[in-house]
Design a protein around this ligand. Structure first.
Ligand code: GGG
Length: 343
């Protein structure tokens, strides 16, 4: 039976993860879930973020379900780098998979796309780029202060994520991969990404390809989101573009993700794209759909395709039945999704 580590985290994380667990328990009875107390509360209590002993325990699970990380009472970066990115890096989760689709009953903000027309997946590189932590500062808090953040791009890291994107495209109907970068300005990393992309593309003559600069992709994701199938891009561009993709497909409350180690050497981690939303935490009004869809990605990754399909069908029914303007209650949505998934 699947062994899942649950890191609910901060803000709305515990509220939405509780609903994802309801749905997981409903479709996969007997799933073993172990909760880990990580996040702002632990840091305040103990000064610890992610001790090595806990990291070693997490490594023994089949997957991790994560809620949200970040709290205004903790200095920026302590939790984001020390917990979220540490997990992604320690478990070599180099594929940050972020699907976006326009579900039936959900309106795009511009009225320019219909349900069914948008079904894209961003394959965001998850362990390198500007998130690698290379950089530093000098003369802090003086007029001469200097700060650098360097983008780390290795041939190994770039090639493996591009290969994953082509493999995913080969299993999809449209079979198209768009590389997004900024090769005309970021010429060092851009050249590595473009040459690697072309080399991998040559091995996949059945997959159509295109290249876009990130600024153009940001615009077209809003105006013509239906033109995308699989998008492969670096860590920072992927983080930003997937918030745009979420906005045009019903909002960040519906956006799921998987931080995947495709080889299975380490557990993959599944988390809603949204953060901890401290402004609404504890009110029971957060939309749990992103967390529930992340649980569906977890089920798929662990080979429970039928259970994942039931969760996706429950979400489709929930979203199709949502009346505009009616305030949702987090736990009620979770109850409905769990009931529908086993009906
Ligand atoms: N649900 C995950 C979460 O809390 N994300 C907040 C965050 O800082 N995300 C940055 C990233 O995904 O790279």
């Amino acid at each position: 039976m699947a062994r899942i580590a649950v890191v609910a985290g901060d803000g709305i994380g515990p509220e939405v993860v509780a609903q994802a667990r309801k749905v997981l328990d409903a479709v996969l009875p007997g799933v073993q879930a172990t909760e880990y107390d990580l996040g702002a509360a632990r840091w305040h209590r103990t000064g610890e973020v992610l001790p090595d002993s806990v990291l070693a325990e997490l490594a023994g699970h089949d997957a991790i379900l994560l809620g949200a990380v970040g709290d205004p009472t903790v200095p920026p970066g302590v939790l984001e780098r020390g917990l979220l990115l540490k997990l992604r890096f320690a478990f070599d989760q180099y594929v940050n998979l972020r699907p976006s689709r326009l579900w039936p009953g959900v309106a795009g903000p511009l009225g320019n796309v219909k349900p069914g027309e948008v079904d894209l997946v961003v394959v965001r590189e998850g362990t390198e780029g500007l998130y690698a932590g290379a950089g530093g500062s000098l003369h802090r808090d003086t007029p001469a202060e200097v700060a650098t953040e360097e983008s780390l791009n290795t041939r190994h890291g770039v090639e493996r994520v591009i290969r994953d994107a082509f493999a995913r495209a080969g299993r999809r109907e449209q079979r198209k991969v768009t590389l997004v970068h900024k090769t005309n300005v970021l010429t060092h990393a851009g050249s590595l990404w473009a040459r690697t992309f072309d080399a991998v593309a040559a091995e996949h003559p059945d997959v159509a390809t295109e290249y876009q600069h990130v600024d153009a992709a940001a615009m077209f994701l809003v105006t013509q989101p239906q033109r995308y199938d699989v998008v492969v891009t670096d860590n920072l561009f992927g983080d930003i573009l997937t918030d745009i993709a979420a906005a045009v497909t019903g909002g960040i409350g519906l956006a799921a993700s998987g931080c995947i180690n495709p080889e299975g050497a380490y557990p993959s981690m599944f988390e809603p794209v949204h953060g901890s939303a401290p402004d609404i935490a504890g009110q029971g009004v957060a939309d749990p759909v992103a967390a529930v869809l992340s649980a569906a990605l977890l089920l798929e990754q662990l080979g429970h395709a039928e259970a994942a399909a039931r969760v996706n069908a429950a979400v489709a029914a929930e979203l199709a039945g949502r009346a505009p303007g009616v305030a949702l209650r987090t736990a009620e949505v979770g109850d409905r999704l769990a009931a529908h998934a086993v009906a």
